[in-house]
Ligand binder design. Structure first.
Ligand SMILES: *Cc1c(COP(=O)(O)O)cnc(C)c1O
Length: 459
C-alpha cells in the first residue's frame, strides 16, 4: 500500500462511471483529510447519526467511492441499496441538470408538472399485477410505508396492522412501531403507535424445526395469531418486506408469502409489500415480489427509485387509493421535480442497460464463491439472497449463536472494500453492489472477503 498523505494527484473533476474503476489506497483508512472532517462532524452533528465508515466522499460512480484523501474504495453498499444504477448515472445527471435550471419546486398539489405524472404512470405499469392502479409520491421510505397504512385503514375502516419479526420499515413514530428491532431504532423512543401486531417470519436458517417446515409453520402461526389476538375482520393491512433488509437479508421460506397473501385475500386485508430495499432491479427482478408471483395490493418503493435523490412512492389498487378524500394525502416536497426526473432516468437506465439481468448475473458471480468460502470458513452459517442482494450470516459452528459481523466489516473497510452489516443480532454481512459495478471489482471485493474469512484466524 502506498502512503502519499494529502496527495490529490488522483483527484478527478467528475464522478459517475467515468471514474477510474479501481481499488486504490493511498493513505490508511480513514486518511488525514477524512479524520479532520470527522472531528468537525463530532462537534457539529449528534452521535445519534452514526457512521459506518468515516471516509468523506468527494466522487463516486460505477463500482467505486472516492474519498477526500484520494482513496478509491470498492462499493458493496450503494448507499444502502440506493444507487442501483450507479452514482451520478449519466441519464440521471442529464435530466436533473436540465430540470434544475428550469424550475426546482412548485409543490405538485399547488401547480402540477408532467414528470410526476410520468413517474406514476411508469410505476402503475411496471409494478406486479395488471389491475388498475394509482401512485402518489412522497420523500422517504418511511413516509411511503406510513402512507400505505393510512390508505389501508381509510379504505377498510379497520385499524390493526400486522408486521413480522426482523422487519424494518423506518424511523417515524408509526414505522418505528412497525419495525422489529429495539436497538438502535426504538430504544427509549416510545411510547409506540397502537394497533401494531407482530407475527413470526419464515426464517429458514433459524427456524426451530428446520427449514423444510418453515413456510407452513410460520404461516400457520401468523394466521393463528391474527385470528386469536386481533380477529381477521379488524386487520387493515399486513406489511412485509419480500426479503427482510435490515433484518439480515432473510429470504422467507418459499410458499410463506403466498400463504399470507391468500389469507389476506380471503379476509379483506390489504397486503402491503415494502419493497423499499428490494425494489428497482436489486434482486434480479424489477420487484422482489415477482419471484414468487406475488401481486401486492399496495407496494411501497423508495431507495433505488431515483438514484439518490429523495423520492418514494405508494402504488396500489385504484379502488383502495381512490377511497381517500380529496386533499387527504400529500406533502410539500413529495414528488419534487428533480427527484422525478432522476426516477425517469433510473427507469430508462434499468431498461436500456438491462440491469435486471445484470443483478441476476451479480448473484451468479457472488453466490458460488461465497458458498465455496462457507465450506472453508465454519463461522459462515448461511449464505443467502437473490440477485445483487446477498448476505452471509455468521454463527458459532458449535452452538449456532450469532457471531457479530462488525469486526469483519472493519477489516474489509481497511482494505478498501465498503461492506455493510445487518441482522437482528448484528451478525450479517450484506452486499449491495451498484448494478453497474464491473466484474473485476466484484471479483476483487470477493477476494478480499475470502482473505479475511477464509484463513484460520476467522473470528
Ligand atoms: C430503508 C427502508 C425503509 C425506510 O426508508 P427511509 O427512506 O430511510 O425512510 C423502509 N423500509 C425498508 C424495507 C427499508 O429498507
Amino acid at each position: 500500500m502506498r502512503h502519499t498523505f494529502g496527495s490529490m494527484s488522483t483527484a478527478t473533476t467528475a464522478g459517475g462511471p467515468g471514474l477510474p474503476q479501481e481499488r486504490r489506497l493511498v493513505t490508511e483508512i480513514p486518511g488525514p483529510r477524512s479524520r479532520e472532517m470527522f472531528a468537525r462532524k463530532q462537534t457539529a452533528v449528534p452521535p445519534g447519526i452514526g457512521t459506518t465508515l468515516p471516509v468523506f466522499v468527494t466522487h463516486a460512480g460505477g463500482g467505486v467511492v472516492v474519498d477526500a484523501d484520494g482513496n478509491s474504495l470498492i462499493d458493496f453498499g450503494s448507499g444502502i441499496a440506493v444507487t442501483n444504477v450507479g452514482n451520478a448515472a449519466p441519464r440521471v445527471v442529464e435530466r436533473v441538470s436540465r430540470q434544475v435550471a428550469d424550475f426546482t419546486h412548485t409543490c405538485f398539489m399547488i401547480t402540477p408538472y408532467e414528470s410526476y405524472v410520468e413517474v406514476c404512470e411508469k410505476l402503475n405499469e411496471l409494478t406486479p399485477g395488471d389491475h388498475e392502479k394509482r401512485t402518489f409520491l412522497v420523500n422517504s421510505g418511511a413516509e411511503a410505508v406510513e402512507n400505505a397504512v393510512k390508505v389501508a385503514r381509510h379504505a377498510t375502516g379497520r385499524q390493526a396492522v400486522v408486521v413480522f419479526d426482523h422487519g424494518y420499515h423506518g424511523r417515524t413514530l408509526l414505522t418505528m412501531s412497525l419495525t422489529a428491532k429495539n436497538m438502535p431504532y426504538k430504544h427509549r423512543f416510545g411510547p409506540f403507535a397502537p394497533e401494531v401486531y407482530r407475527a413470526p417470519l419464515a426464517y429458514p436458517f433459524r427456524w426451530p424445526t428446520g427449514p423444510d417446515n418453515c413456510a407452513d409453520e410460520a404461516a400457520a402461526q401468523t394466521i393463528d395469531m391474527i385470528n386469536k389476538q386481533i380477529g381477521a375482520e379488524n386487520v387493515a393491512a399486513v406489511v412485509i418486506e419480500p426479503i427482510a433488509g435490515e433484518g439480515g437479508f432473510i429470504v422467507p421460506a418459499r410458499g410463506f408469502l403466498s400463504k399470507i397473501v391468500e389469507f389476506c385475500r380471503a379476509n379483506g386485508i390489504v397486503f402491503v409489500a415494502d419493497e423499499v430495499q428490494t425494489g428497482f432491479a436489486r434482486t434480479g427482478d424489477l420487484f422482489a415480489c415477482e419471484d414468487e408471483g406475488i401481486v401486492p395490493d399496495i407496494i411501497c418503493t423508495a431507495k433505488g427509485i431515483a438514484g439518490g435523490l429523495p423520492l418514494a412512492a405508494v402504488t396500489g389498487r385504484a379502488e383502495l387509493l381512490d377511497a381517500v378524500h380529496v386533499g387527504g394525502l400529500g406533502g410539500t416536497y413529495g414528488g419534487n421535480p428533480l427527484a422525478c426526473e432522476a426516477a425517469l432516468g433510473v427507469i430508462e437506465t434499468i431498461q436500456e442497460d438491462k440491469l435486471v439481468e445484470r443483478a441476476r448475473r451479480i448473484g451468479e458471480i457472488m453466490l458460488p464463491r461465497l458458498r465455496a468460502l462457507q465450506r472453508r470458513s465454519p463461522i459462515i452459517g448461511d449464505v443467502r439472497g437473490r440477485g445483487a442482494m446477498i448476505a452471509i450470516e455468521l454463527a458459532d459452528p458449535a452452538t449456532g449463536d450469532p457471531v457479530p459481523a462488525g469486526e469483519i466489516a472493519q477489516r474489509c473497510h481497511a482494505q478498501g472494500l465498503l461492506a455493510l452489516t445487518a441482522g437482528t443480532y448484528g451478525n450479517v454481512l450484506r452486499f449491495l453492489p451498484p448494478l453497474v459495478i464491473p466484474d473485476h471489482l466484484l471479483e476483487e471485493g470477493l477476494s478480499i472477503l475470502e482473505n479475511i474469512l477464509g484463513g484460520d484466524n476467522t473470528v
